[in-house]
Design a protein around this ligand. Structure first.
Ligand SMILES: Nc1ncnc2c1ncn2[C@@H]1O[C@H](COP(=O)(O)OP(=O)(O)OP(=O)(O)O)[C@@H](O)[C@H]1O
Length: 306
């Protein structure tokens, strides 16, 4: 099944995008899913993330009677896989993944840069979401850099995340909203470090050890994009998903995956050298990679003559 052939309005790339009208899709209403894989898996080095995300997405997609759209808020240090996971979710639903006309990605610093334009952004965001969900109920909206979003802006989408059956004739109950943020990373690291220092296994960290602390921490953080947000206040975010900081062994796993994906034989020496080049924190213990797995692929270029 090919998706509609008219791409979202090209002017979307610019600030004015919203005001130049919504995307028109040739096959309006025809946004059948590429596949809702019953075996939908997330190959990610984090027991919490794979467990929560897979259950949440699979459960939501198989529930024809969902009472509200799915809202996932992914939190963690840089390079811990938040964009990676949102890409996997998009690809599990639409053949073209993030390139699908039904997947909309907003980057706070790019699409909502000016504090003085908040009211304009709010109107534009509502129109964009309303228009696109009217065309495709199973639209996916990804908000990256939530921690850089001006406080209050995200509250504009509150009505769409709520339990309404219809709003002006449109149902938002099949839509998926994903928020990505570095806010809360300190809290997550604190819990992970606590487990580590007490000799407890990382795999024993439960979602319940983090969820509440995470939502409270972003709610009270002026720089989280969710500061005093009604989305949290009204419990409209279904899951706060903590991405644990990545350890040396995880970085090596990332290097291995990258080498394999390039079709090379894995060289254990290169694996270790790339992981050794990363820097680790906290200063004393040096457990977690401060860039997660980011820059791994760039570092590999040095070792493989491409
Ligand atoms: N937990 C993980 N499991 C598997 N691969 C990972 C994981 N974390 C990161 N990676 C790899 O590292 C790359 C960079 O991660 P990604 O861009 O998703 O990080 P991020 O959390 O979105 O970072 P940022 O907060 O800076 O946007 C991914 O494309 C993926 O290849």
């Amino acid at each position: 099944m090919e998706e509609g052939s008219i791409a979202p309005s090209p002017c979307w790339c610019h600030l004015q995008s919203f005001s130049c009208g919504l995307a028109v899709n040739l096959f309006a209403g025809d946004c059948e899913l590429w596949s809702v894989k019953s075996s939908f898996t997330v190959r990610i080095f984090s027991h919490l993330v794979s467990r929560v995300v897979v259950r949440a997405v699979r459960g939501f997609l198989s529930n024809a009677q969902a009472k509200k759209p799915l809202a996932l808020s992914l939190h963690g240090w840089t390079g811990t896989g938040k964009n990676f996971v949102s890409r996997i979710i998009a690809e599990s639903i639409y053949k073209r993944g993030l390139k699908s006309n039904y997947v909309h990605q907003f980057v706070a610093t790019l699409h909502f840069p000016h504090a003085h334009s908040i009211n304009l952004y709010k109107d534009q965001l509502q129109s964009w979401i309303r228009g696109n969900v009217s065309i495709c109920p199973r639209s996916i909206f990804i908000f990256d850099e939530m921690d850089k979003m001006h406080a209050g802006l995200i509250d504009a989408i509150k009505p769409f995340l709520d339990y309404y059956e219809l709003l002006d004739g449109v149902s938002y109950r099949q839509a998926i909203f994903i928020f990505l943020s570095n806010a809360g990373a300190e809290k997550i690291t604190e819990v992970a470090l606590d487990f580590w220092r007490n000799g407890k296994a990382r795999e024993d960290i439960q979602l319940t050890d983090m969820q509440n602390a995470l939502s409270v921490s972003v709610f009270n953080n002026r720089n989280s994009g969710f500061w005093h947000s009604t989305l949290i206040d009204r419990n409209l975010i279904d899951y706060f998903v903590p991405f644990l900081p990545l350890e040396y062994k995880h970085v090596k796993m990332c290097v291995r995956v990258e080498i394999e994906s390039r079709g090379y034989a894995v060289d254990e020496d290169i694996l270790s050298r790339v992981a050794d080049e990363m820097t680790y924190f906290p200063r004393e213990e040096r457990i977690y990679s401060d860039k997660g797995c980011k820059t791994v692929d760039a570092k590999l270029d040095y070792y493989y003559d491409l």
